[in-house]
Ligand binder design. Structure first.
Ligand code: NI
Length: 187
C-alpha cells in the first residue's frame, strides 16, 4: 500500500496525452491500481487518474464501494441515482461518446487543484467503454454525476484540467469562500 503525492496544476505531467495500456492483469498494473486506490481514499477523492500520481497511462479509478456485494449488473443499472451511488470502477483505455448534445453546469473540484472549485459544463448523458485491470470489457450508459466524474477523469488522460473548461471565471475560486459552511471533498 502506497499513498502517492498528487501532482498539482503546473506540473508538466498533468498536461501530457497519456499512453494506452497494452497489457492487462500484470503485477505492474495491479500495483498502479492499488496506489491509485490508496491515494484516492487517503485524499477522499471521488476519482483519480494515473497522470495525477506521475504515471502517464490511460488509467482512472472513481466511485465508492458503498453498496455491499455490489455486482456488475448493479453497476450497469444503478438502483440509487444519487451522487454517492457511482460504483467503484477501474477504467482503462476509456472511450467516451456523449448521448445527445445536452450539457449542464455544476461545481467541480480536483485533487490537483486543491482548495478550489469551479463551475464546469459537461454532457448530461454518456456512453463509455473501457477495460478493468483484468482486461474485462466495461460498457455503460450513465448520466448526471456519474457522467460528470467520468468526463473529468477522462480529461486528465488528455492533459486537460477542469479550470481549462470553465466558461465564466467568475465561478472559479476558493472552496471555503464559495462554501464557507461545508466540509466538502477536493474531487
Ligand atoms: Ni481531477
Amino acid at each position: 500500500m502506497t499513498i502517492k503525492t498528487v501532482l498539482r496544476m503546473g506540473e508538466p505531467c498533468l498536461l501530457l496525452k497519456a499512453a494506452p495500456v497494452e497489457q492487462f492483469d500484470t503485477p505492474e498494473l495491479h500495483a498502479l491500481i492499488e496506489d491509485l486506490e490508496d491515494t484516492m481514499l487517503h485524499m477522499s477523492g471521488a476519482g483519480i487518474a494515473a497522470p495525477q500520481i506521475g504515471v502517464s497511462l490511460r488509467v482512472v479509478i472513481f466511485g465508492k464501494k458503498t453498496v455491499p456485494n455490489q455486482t456488475e449488473e448493479d453497476a450497469r443499472n444503478p438502483r440509487y441515482p444519487d451522487a454517492d451511488a457511482v460504483p467503484y470502477t477501474v477504467l482503462i483505455n476509456p472511450v467516451l461518446s456523449p448521448i445527445g448534445s445536452e450539457t449542464e453546469q455544476d461545481w467541480e473540484g480536483c485533487l490537483s487543484v486543491p482548495g478550489m472549485r469551479g463551475i464546469v459544463p459537461r454532457y448530461v448523458r454518456l456512453h463509455y467503454t473501457g477495460y478493468d485491470q483484468f482486461g474485462n470489457f466495461i460498457d455503460r450508459l450513465v448520466n448526471g454525476f456519474h457522467a460528470r466524474v467520468v468526463q473529468h477523469e477522462f480529461d486528465h488522460l488528455d492533459g486537460i484540467l477542469y479550470p481549462m473548461k470553465i466558461n465564466d471565471l467568475k465561478y472559479f475560486g476558493y472552496t471555503n469562500v464559495f462554501f464557507p459552511n461545508q466540509d466538502v471533498q477536493d474531487e
